[in-house]
Design a protein around this ligand. Sequence first.
Ligand code: ACO
Length: 374
Amino acid sequence: MTEIHRGLAGVVVDTTTISMVNEQTNSLTYRGYPVQELCANCTFEEVAWLLWHGELPTARELAEFQSVERNRRTLGRTVSGALSRLPADCHPMDVLRTAISYLGADDPTEGLDDRDHNLAKSIDMFAKLPTIVAAEQRRRRGLDPILPDPALGYAENFLQMCIGAVPPAEQVRAFEVSMILYAEHSFNASTFTARVVTSTLSDIYSAVTAAIGALKGPLHGGANEAVMHVLAEIESAGEVEAWLKQALADKRKIMGFGHRVYKNGDSRVPTMTAELRKLTADGTADELMAKYDALAAAMLRDKNIHPNLDYPTGPAYHLMGFDIPIFTPLFMMSRITGWTAHIMEQLESNSLIRPLSSYVGVDQRPVPAGAARL
Ligand code: ACO
């Protein structure tokens, strides 16, 4: 009898040197560094470099990288023209999927897939995605885009392009921490998708476009949007118990809870929750936070299921002023670093990813003659 591993649960399909998720100790390291220490000590640009190169950048390497990144933020006419023609009400993840396709079609080095070219393409996508997401956030509100500012770092520039000014340091920091925490998580569904596409020796833009499709789903990146819908659906903290009872009776999955790997808590949640608490320390979001805490406590008590990273990022992004449909694109802006690191790693020792299936359909039979089919 063939052993079936539905959802590839528990299956180790390859090695990686990029990150380690240890479910026993609830820990996550990028290139050996605990993600909490990276959040406390690094910018997102430094973490992106670390994921791509394996080491944190020296001061000179960082300055060179920042210079390249800041010069690549502006979109070419092909891409901005194409995006402006998309239906006004399409989901921002559809905008990103289309944008990456156009970036690929517009790249004169398309087809050159050695490490140096793929690194340059990775930096290009990393630099342009904030411009695209910020323009999309503003388009949804009927506002003109704001041009990137090469004098500002990644987080400040992005937030300024969204809201027209650099927000208070606390918000910039919370945003940057979310970017670092979302950057990489081993063979999650979207990263694995990128590796499957890469394993056929397809190009980096095709792999990233496919990964965006995988990230969009509510069981993966789409959950950070769904969390806000859940918190909006519950009227008050006092309603949580009754709401959860009904939702579980209806066999609903509670978004922002549970994880395929972590069963005793997601290693990233305490760090992001601390940032969320700083954002809400002034008391203006007390009602939201009361629901947030009550739902987490009830899920633990009734189902023994812990929140995942999408649970604190959903309300954090809401409090930073982002529209809900922009939340998963924010996740994608960050995860482009992990995806592209994995695409380059896959190519270093490629093997076509092609699993088997166990056929359980009808036994072999002859095709009936034409007349017999009518
Ligand atoms: N709400 C209610 N019940 C849940 C949840 C949840 N969020 N998560 C798991 N369970 C229950 C299941 O119903 C199942 O119960 P059963 O054995 O009685 O049928 C049991 O826990 C195991 O759940 P599975 O779905 O089989 O676990 P799996 O590892 O396949 O799922 C997943 C992981 C998809 C993340 C799941 O927990 C889920 O759907 N969560 C909600 C979506 C979500 O938040 N996704 C974000 C993932 S993290 C990230 O992308 C940053």
